[in-house]
Design a protein around this ligand. Sequence first.
Ligand code: ZN
Length: 346
Amino acid sequence: MSESGLEQLRAEFDGALAAAGTAADLERLSALWIGREGKLRRLTEGLGALPPEEKKARGKAINELKLAITAAFEARGRALSAAPRGPAPDAIDVTLPGERPRLGRRHPIYSTMEELRDVFGRLGFECVYGPEIETTYYNFEALNIPLDHPAAEPFDTWYLDEPDGGKRPHRALLRSHTSPAQMHVMESRVPPIRVVVPGKVFRTDPADASHLPVFHQIEGLYVDEGVTFADLKGVLSIANKALFGAKTETRFRPSYFPFTEPSAEVDVSCLLCGGTGCPACKGSGWIEILGCGMVHPRVLEFAKIDPARYSGFAFGMGVDRIAMLKLGVTDIRHFVRSHPLFLGQW
Ligand SMILES: [Zn+2]
């Protein structure tokens, strides 16, 4: 190898050394260059066959290269071990908390609906669904609500079409309660019938702290031979304890609904004060949560179920209202504003 060959080798070594950034790199490089099988060792092969003068000069050059390379190794080794430990200034600090990914979660209305389904499921009620687009027949007439009833007025109900002069007797509308589903179930099944129907309902109410034009109800229906008001009281009292706590008391107050007779409003003992009276229950100790009653015989007749043989009870409650009571939410609009801080609490 000529003199320039040695210089080329030196340049190759300098490049490889500059690229070695760790002690392990340096070790690999050392084996490659100055080990027993290294490049420097191989340079001395064939040296003995050279004429004495040339052999002397060549040996000297190789020796100088060896010394220079060994010195460079040592210097690089010292530099690497003296380098400050820890991350470089622009490195990522892995001890800092990361950016938490935004996880989706169940909406509180949906969770409440699931809980209601679960509570009534354990009491033997099957969960079914009804259509959100109904007709005046199912939404009102079959439930014993005459079409001149205030609930059927256009300022309470979202109608989807206009009357057509009698050719099509029933107008389409967005259901204003889940009760029409009772009729669909009774028309398609033979008692015993024991179902709950959760779902969206629609009214023309403007949004305020306690109203939304779209909200949620869950409807319950039990029809069989010999069903009495005592069954209704038993089921709802147990359900209220499951929903609001074992100490919850349930109170039934006489009321009126066109589709049940007799009818009752149901109150539970105040969740905040336990019944002693506080601002949440306006000092009464009770909070109204649902309406119920025995299915009106005319409603059974509409569904072609013999009221002389069968009886039943029905109840309906606002899921949003139950969620507000359970979670202590004072404005129903929070549920649809979907602020992550609000929804992230549950
Ligand atoms: Zn209270």
